[in-house]
Design a protein around this ligand. Structure first.
Ligand code: AP5
Length: 216
């Protein structure tokens, strides 16, 4: 039986990374995340692509989208070698959604729906392990020892784009560019809206049930 092709959509801070970790562990798929791929290549030279800036860093630190040409190539390469995946962070605009339709088919499309007021609190309080990238939160998901990752003992830090100013821009960019993507998928049999305002375990219970109901 082939492993499912899962797309997870949601605003910055909706819990896509948190839920993707559970999906990977339970369904044995690969986590394909444009955010992590770009953070690992922030200083890649993209000057030959006729872009406004010469590296992804400038776009990311302001909370703007990295040009489609760069991101499309990353996703196409990652999906071509994945036996089942959860795709997180892509597509973020309608042009990317059209590109994705050319690359693959989807079995499950999840939308984690979270109120904007909750998102800012989650993002500015997030802490991430510098080594294994596990997410924590200063109030909602604390490690056993402050500043130290439970999984690998690595140091926890705040992402450059989790400042209040960058977060506000990321949420505006989401509303303008990515809400139309969600509307594009809504109504399909593969689509499931999940109440992402709930506690993480309750969100996971709904995510798991939605995948099991759609993936064969
Ligand atoms: P990316 O890394 O994809 O960031 P994002 O979409 O902004 O999403 P986040 O990772 O911030 O949030 P999340 O939904 O994963 O939430 P998490 O689980 O961590 O993208 C970063 C940048 O890269 C973009 O701004 C752009 O510049 C560029 N980029 C990426 N993809 C691109 C693309 N396709 N095109 C162009 N540019 C692209 O949870 C957040 C916090 O909340 C954590 O602290 C967590 O512990 C906590 N939490 C999670 N769930 C709950 C819950 N249910 N209750 C309470 N707290 C919770």
């Amino acid at each position: 039986m082939s492993k499912p092709h899962i797309l997870i959509l949601g605003a910055p801070g909706a819990g896509k990374g948190t839920q993707s970790k559970h999906i990977v562990e339970t369904f044995g798929v690969e986590h394909v995340t444009t955010g992590d791929a770009l953070r690992g290549n922030k200083d890649m030279d993209i000057s030959d692509m006729d872009t406004e800036y010469d590296t992804p860093r400038e776009y990311m630190e302001q909370g703007d989208l990295v040009p489609d040409e760069v991101v499309n190539a990353i996703v196409e390469e990652a999906l071509s070698s994945a036996d089942g995946y959860v795709l997180d962070g892509y597509p973020r605009n309608l042009e990317q959604a059209e590109e994705l339709a050319e690359m693959t088919d989807l079995d499950v499309i999840l939308h984690l729906d979270v109120d904007r007021s909750e998102l800012t609190d989650r993002l500015t309080g997030r802490r991430v392990c510098t080594e294994c990238k596990t997410n924590y939160h200063v109030k909602y998901n604390q490690p056993e020892e402050a500043g130290v990752c439970d999984e690998c003992g690595g140091d926890l830090h705040q992402r450059d784009d989790d400042t209040e100013e960058a977060v506000a821009n990321r949420l505006d960019v989401f509303e303008e560019n990515t809400v139309p993507v969600i509307e594009f998928y809504e109504g399909r049999d593969e689509f499931a809206a999940i109440d992402g305002n709930q506690a993480p375990d309750a969100v996971w219970a709904d995510v798991k049930a939605a995948i099991e109901a759609r993936a064969e």
